[in-house]
Design a protein. Sequence first.
Length: 497
Amino acid sequence: MFAFAGILIVLAASFAVKMPALSQALVGHFGSYEATLAMMAEMFDWGSPFTLLLPRTFMLIDGRPGMELLYYPFASLAAAILNRFGGLPVDFAGRLQAALFVFAGTWFFFLSLRRLFGGALSVLACILFSFSPMVLVSGVSFQNEAAAIFFLLASFWLLSRNGGAVQDALAGLLFSLAVVARLHFIVCLPAFGWMWLVRGPRLSGLLLFALGCAVPLGGWLAFVYALAGEPNVTTSLYGQAGEGRILFHPLMRTPEFYERIWDILMGHWLTPVIAPFVILGFFQGHRGSGVFKIWLAGCLSIIALLPQKVFDHPFYLVAGVPAAAALAAIGLAALFNERTGFAVAVLMVFFFAAAARFAVPPAIFSRIDGPRIRAVGERVQKLTEPKDRIAAAYGTSCSLLYYSKRKGWSFDLEMARHPLENQKRHERLIRNGYGDPVKWLEYLRGQGARYLVVSEPDVFRREKEFYVYVEREFPAVRGTGRSFRMYDLAKPASPAS
């Protein structure tokens, strides 16, 4: 009874601390990723269910909405459902779905741990998991990480139950959905295989688990492969393997890489307060800990397998947080006991403070520009027609394009300072003028761009050549304020201007 009361408090508290972030706009911390998923949610057509398999965005490629097929956007689907049947705004629904997926995933994690460890240790591990900065941020981010965590932990729970054929197949299905949501979650497979061994191996159970895995994942990979050559499809699911982005990356020969990994593991992962206990727990011979050691090792292998990805995107290590939390709980239990309860309480206070230190800046502070971008987007909607295509300039992000609710293109004013990597999938963009803002704008005009929307006038003016060109060639639209500028690309500027 104590354990169930404890987990309910953990679930309620961890959900409550996320609530202030749920209304934040899709800007800031990986805001462009979030805005892309929000576009997909907006573009689902419930009158044509086939569109649910073809996640499109507002971003045009060859005159048609582009399709993003790197992973299936479960986050977009969940947000679209909350929007359609709950009437919630898509951006709010996108953050809410993440919080709900983490909430449900934590419950399944608790049920699994309770079978392996007992009550008190399972609650402690769930506290460490729920308040990990990486999980807190994933739980308010309109991305696929929360859904992937949910599928992964639900699959693990089914395996821990040692049920029958239906549960084995369902566990495989859920694990496969986790991998479809985030392909790198496949590194957890050895740990799930270990669960099958220690619970009493049955060949039929393994085959059913494998079958459950193969159907969704195989179907998705085949679907992406079939569409990868289409001109309006954006996917790097297969292409990245041939671009030098995996294994033996030059980045691994720099000290900055190891400093970054240290910062992630000692900060965003489980904070410097708890991270040392993961090591302590790893070397304990606790019953039931073997699966988490394999799980942790598999997830840490991503650092070597996808060094550039981990360096740029710390959330690539989020799949390892459940295992790290379980091992840290074992480490804490080994060091402390009932007579040192006060020390544990003090340690947890420091943990919560450290978690806030690493979670609040990306979840809240990085999004302070959100109200302004929302307002600019609403103003653009009033100044344009739904059929108008726009080039929306807001850093390197497509957030302004999303809030403008118009199809078109994001436009990086500083693209000359942000050259694209020399990769095959970027050849066409470079050939069409990307990298030179004047040439790129002319290309977009040829593609039907009607307006250029500039949400950062100061940055615009700093790009002097482009600024002079736009001011000279195109009239400014009346009704724009100091916070943004808008130009009519279909009308040449008058001689007097």
